[in-house]
Design a protein around this ligand. Structure first.
Ligand SMILES: [Fe+2]
Ligand SMILES: [Fe+2]
Length: 331
């Protein structure tokens, strides 16, 4: 039997549990927050006063902050890319006539995620601090370019990736929110925090998918995990470009901003990996094949190895001028 068929069988075996995962980790549409809960109501006469307040408060936030918030927004706005990618994964099937739990999950997850880009985009627009046209061009590029995160159609690799990414976005939104709050931007602080809460629920869900797969196919799962870590978890922001530039050119300078601000750092990457090793009990899995044993050793040693590398790592102090943030927004 081919490797791919084992994955398909495992996905089919878990499928009846997906509704339970949805009930535990997602919130019913009629009950969950919506962007309008946080933004000035344009049907209300207070709209202009409240918008004026947003614009005043926004003046307190610095250049690196805006660049990071813009990049966070754009990667949230690229949801069509992730949804189309996941729908194509082995075992996630929207075609065979009957309702497939996995495709239902992908749609419901996408629908929750979609609110993140929505609320941030509207906030950026009202803030008066960014060049929306440039932001929009970058978003369109990112969706049009698509990206290869190295997960193929493999559900195991894809779920490792999403588990990792959801926690990474939880951390970065939470930190951005805290910074906004500290600088007197209470509304933006609240928005980022509530987004971070969604990311955490999603992280817990994907983490559970992997745990469940580990119970069924520990060898395959652990090898897929090691393989993802070997090629590194590439952030969606990796593929960012500004107008007139080529794919990926904006990533390094953005990443420098995020590192300088401390919003998402190499240390966070290491901490996430440690947490995943712990929760999935990688160190305690028994009865593994030789190859899976090797993968386990690699994963258990990786945090220390990355720690040594990160201590030598330096990031640029450049003040690259993004087209997204206007000159009046600098520092
Ligand atoms: Fe999100
Ligand atoms: Fe997310």
């Amino acid at each position: 039997m081919s490797l791919k068929n084992i994955r398909l069988e495992v996905m089919q075996a878990i499928e009846p549990k997906v509704q339970g995962f949805m009930d535990s980790f997602l919130i019913p549409i009629e009950e969950i927050w919506q962007p309008s809960d946080f933004l000035p109501d344009s049907q209300n006469d207070n709209f202009f006063t409240e918008t004026e307040q947003i614009r005043e408060e926004a003046k307190e936030l610095g250049y690196d902050f805006w660049v990071t918030l813009v990049a966070d927004t754009i990667t949230e706005e690229a949801l069509p890319t992730y949804e189309s990618w996941l729908m194509d994964v082995e075992g996630i099937d929207q075609h065979n006539g009957k309702e497939n739990g996995w495709s239902k999950w992908v749609r419901a997850w996408t629908a929750e995620e979609n609110r993140h880009g929505d609320v941030l985009n509207k906030y950026l627009y009202l803030s008066g601090r960014v060049n929306m046209r440039e932001v929009e061009i970058t978003t369109q590029h990112l969706i049009s370019d698509g990206f290869d995160i190295g997960t193929d159609r493999d559900p195991y690799k894809n779920f490792v990736y999403t588990t990792f990414q959801e926690l990474a976005t939880n951390i970065s939104h939470k930190r951005v929110g805290k910074m906004a709050k500290q600088q007197g931007n209470a509304l933006l602080g609240k928005m980022c925090n509530i987004i971070a809460g969604d990311e955490m629920r999603h992280h817990l869900a994907y983490r559970e998918f992997v745990k469940t797969i580990l119970g069924q196919d520990p060898n395959g799962m652990i090898e897929a995990f090691a393989d993802m870590m070997k090629r590194k978890i590439v952030m969606p922001a990796h593929f960012l470009r500004e107008s007139g530039e080529s794919i990926g050119t904006a990533f390094e300078v953005f990443s420098n901003c995020a590192q300088r601000l401390g919003v998402y750092t190499a240390q966070d990457y290491i901490e996430i990996l440690k947490k995943l090793n712990d929760y999935w009990e990688i160190g305690n899995l028994g009865g593994l094949s030789d190859q899976a044993e090797k993968a386990r050793d690699y994963l258990m040693k990786l945090p220390d190895r990355l720690q040594r590398i990160s201590e030598r790592m330096q990031f640029g102090q450049d003040q690259y001028k993004f087209k997204w943030v206007e000159a009046n927004g600098i520092l």
